[in-house]
Each structure stands twice: as structure tokens, then as C-alpha cells.
Design a protein around this ligand. Structure first.
Ligand code: ATP
Ligand code: MG
Length: 397
């Protein structure tokens, strides 16, 4: 519920606040710039102001600006707010006007915080403001104060230069601003898991270099389109980045592997994928590889098999979903907007052997393998760099 007369959005961050002074201001600057990029990607007018510990967006479109800001990594919550003079009179008037338009029944509370020098305390704001709200509505209905669990919470933040009155807090993704950590390659198949894994790495501040493996004759017709669409969705959370998908054709390599390898085939395919991911990290300056694997989700994802998979590369392999259940991953996919696309059936699981290996010793896997370094190098040589347009409103996909 937006406060009437809103002219600003309060933007709160979390993890940035525990950094040293120098790092905090650099991260706040990055956040301000990412917020600006997200506003312009959505054609929302707004001016981002950076203050210590807080950012503000001055805008004529507070709801649209708040919705946009709530998708930016590093943002914990946002509130469309009305700014007024930092005096008890102005605050009380704003609270009364807000009550007239937005408080129609049930209970209420006023919660105030204050920083700086003023001739009144937070308690005064609560008491005087509460009385004003009461008097505004009492001829319409019987108001009730409930400090524990009010139906309508009026919040006031008082600062030196101005005070803010607001009603709601919209959650952001949290995390750190994109660009404050080093980039990572993310292997994205377009299924349910891998886009969520990539998004989670982005949430911690790492730009993502998306890699999609074109499976050739082993891939369904819509497989590639599905992957691109999920990448466009997560790209919508970071429109300030230059997005291009590394599309790597591995159909030939898969044919060779399918001919040569039996029950350990899926492991060899994962190993090929990581090997290629490492080469792309090498040439793009990324510092690791993200996958959508979770312990025990598939036979290739047993703890032993993950270990065998990792041995093909020196690059660290990050698995943000490692300990998540499928239902939790699905809930996350729905929340970020990738679920609908990810569940389009592409009908491709032609490669699985009848009895996949769940715990092969590395020696046995390596023994049957074609030269993966060679296959990887050939595939990377043939890669296509596909620029993509980030989705404007990823959550509304
Ligand atoms: P997803 O994790 O995307 O839902 P999945 O559950 O079918 O796919 P696997 O096929 O076992 O998982 O793949 C494990 C991981 O390997 C994926 O999470 C993804 O990171 C990567 N991967 C698999 N196939 C591809 C592909 N075609 N392109 C890019 N990455 C892939
Ligand atoms: Mg999976």
C-alpha cells in the first residue's frame, strides 16, 4: 500500500553495511549505478541519491521505481515514501492525511525512528502522530491501537534534513551489488536448476558469463530457445551488464562419447562440460564455474561422482543449490520468474545409459574416456557468441 503523496523511494541494503568504510562506499556507489541502470531499462524516471547507509530514489513514479529497485541485487527492502519537513507538525499532518486515505478499518500502530538533532523524540512522534491518526478516522470507525500486530503500520523515519512517512516495505533479493565480486562462468541448460544457481551467484555480486551447450542431434528443437529465454530472465536482474551467451556445440563430442563410453557416460559428459567451462573462464577472466547440481539429485550428482566430475578442471566449481531440495528450488524458480520457461518440455534425455553409475572410481571413468581436452578445445573453437536483450520485468515473466 503506497503512501499518498509519495515522492521518494527509500532503498535499504544489508550485507554492504558490515564492510569497512572504504568498501561500503564503493559498494553503495555500485548499487546506486545499478539502480540507475534498472530504472532506465524500465523507462522509469528517477534520480538516485547515495547517502551513507541508505539510498533514495527521487521520482514521480514511486511505485514503478520501488518495483524496479526491488529486483536489484544488494537491495534488502524498499519503501515508497512521502518526504516532509523534519518537524513534529509536518510529520503529524502527513500521518493524518495518510490515515484519511489509507486507514479504513482494523488496528494501527506508528513506528518511528530518528537520527540527528531534533526537538522531539521518536516516542513523541508515536504519541502525537497516533493521536492525529485516531482523530482523523474516529468519526468513520472505531480505531484500535495494536503495537504487536497492527493491520496498518505507519512508519516514520526522521533525519536531519527531512522526514519520511511510509506504509510498506517491499522485499528485494538481498545479497551484494553485481560487479562487486569477480565474474563466474555459469553453465545454464535452461532446466529448473541451473538458472536458479546462476541467479544465486549473481545475488552475491558476481556477474555471470552464461554458457549453453548445444547438444546437436541429442537436443530437442526447443532446448536452445528455452535456455536463452531463462538467461534473458535472469539478465533482467542486472540490465547494466553486457549480456551474451556462449553457445558451444557439443553434438559431435557427445556422439563420440556415446560410442565409446557405457555406464560412466553421464560423468564423462559432465566432465566435458566442466572442461569447456574452465576454458571459457580462462579466456573471459572469470574465476570459477557455477552449475545447478545438488547432492544426490541424479546419479551423476552423488558426492563421489561430483568429486570425479571436478577432477577434470583446476577451476573451482560452485554449486549454490548443493543442499537444496527440488521443491525449494522450484519455489525459488517461481519467485525469480524462470519456472514457466524451464518446464517447457524439450524431450531430450536420449543419452542416459540404462544403469547409470553412482560411484565410479576416477580411474575407471578416465580409462574409457576420449581425449576431453581435445574435444573441449574443438568445441570452444566453434562457439557462437549470442548477444541477448535482458527481460524488462523478469518477475512478471
Ligand atoms: P538443470 O540443472 O539445468 O535443471 P538437470 O537437472 O537436467 O539440468 P543435469 O543434466 O544433471 O541437470 O546437469 C547438471 C548441470 O550441468 C546443470 O545444472 C547445468 O549447470 C549443467 N548443464 C547440463 N546441461 C547443460 C547444457 N545443455 N548447457 C549448459 N549447461 C548444462
Ligand atoms: Mg538438476
Amino acid at each position: 500500500m503506497k503512501v499518498p503523496g509519495a515522492d521518494v523511494v527509500i532503498v535499504r541494503h544489508g550485507d554492504i553495511g558490515v564492510k569497512s568504510t572504504h568498501v561500503q562506499s564503493w559498494m553503495e556507489e555500485t548499487l546506486a549505478s545499478n539502480l540507475g541502470a534498472t530504472l532506465s531499462a524500465r523507462s522509469v524516471e528517477g534520480h538516485v541519491e547515495q547517502h551513507w547507509g541508505r539510498l533514495f530514489i527521487r521520482t514521480d513514479s514511486p511505485q514503478a521505481a520501488a518495483d524496479a529497485a526491488s529486483t536489484v541485487f544488494g537491495v534488502v527492502s524498499v519503501s515508497p515514501a512521502r518526504s516532509v519537513e523534519p518537524t513534529l507538525d509536518s510529520i503529524t499532518t502527513a500521518l493524518a492525511e495518510t490515515a484519511r486515505e489509507r486507514y479504513h478499518d482494523g488496528s494501527f500502530a506508528v513506528q518511528a525512528s530518528r537520527a540527528g538533532e531534533h526537538e522531539f523524540t521518536s516516542q513523541d512522534v508515536g504519541r502525537v502522530g497516533g493521536e492525529a491518526i485516531w482523530e482523523t478516522v474516529e468519526d468513520r470507525f472505531e480505531p484500535e491501537v495494536d503495537l504487536e500486530n497492527p493491520d496498518v503500520l505507519f512508519e516514520v523515519e526522521v533525519r536531519d534534513e527531512e522526514a519520511f512517512v511510509f506504509l510498506d516495505r517491499i522485499d528485494g533479493p538481498g545479497g551484494l551489488p553485481i560487479g562487486t565480486q569477480e565474474p563466474l562462468v555459469a553453465l545454464i541448460s535452461g532446466g529448473i536448476d541451473s538458472p536458479v544457481a546462476a541467479w544465486q551467484a549473481m545475488k552475491r555480486g558476481s556477474p555471470i558469463i552464461p554458457v549453453y551447450f548445444d547438444l546437436g542431434i541429442f537436443g530437442g528443437a526447443d532446448h536452445r530457445a528455452r535456455a536463452i529465454e531463462t538467461i534473458r530472465t535472469i539478465a533482467g536482474y542486472a540490465p547494466e551488464e553486457d549480456w551474451a551467451v556462449h553457445v558451444v556445440p557439443i553434438g559431435d563430442a557427445l556422439e563420440e562419447i556415446a560410442g565409446a563410453v557405457g555406464d560412466t557416460r553421464m560423468l564423462t559428459i559432465r566432465r566435458l562440460m566442466l572442461r569447456i567451462g574452465g576454458e571459457i573462464a580462462e579466456k573471459t577472466g572469470a574465476k570459477g564455474i557455477v552449475t545447478g547440481e545438488a547432492i544426490g539429485q541424479k546419479s551423476s550428482q552423488t558426492v563421489t561422482n561430483l568429486n570425479v566430475t571436478d577432477k577434470i578442471t583446476d577451476w573451482p566449481v560452485h554449486r549454490p543449490l548443493l543442499t537444496m531440495d527440488k521443491q525449494e528450488i522450484i519455489a525459488e524458480a517461481r519467485a525469480i520468474g524462470t519456472y514457466e520457461t524451464a518446464t517447457i518440455d524439450t524431450g531430450c534425455d536420449m543419452l542416459s545409459p540404462d544403469q547409470p553409475e553412482t560411484g565410479a572410481p576416477i580411474e575407471r571413468v578416465e580409462a574409457k574416456e576420449p581425449d576431453l581436452a581435445e574435444l573441449a578445445a574443438a568445441a570452444v573453437d566453434d562457439e557462437e557468441l549470442l548477444p541477448i536483450e535482458p527481460m524488462t520485468d523478469p518477475k512478471a515473466e
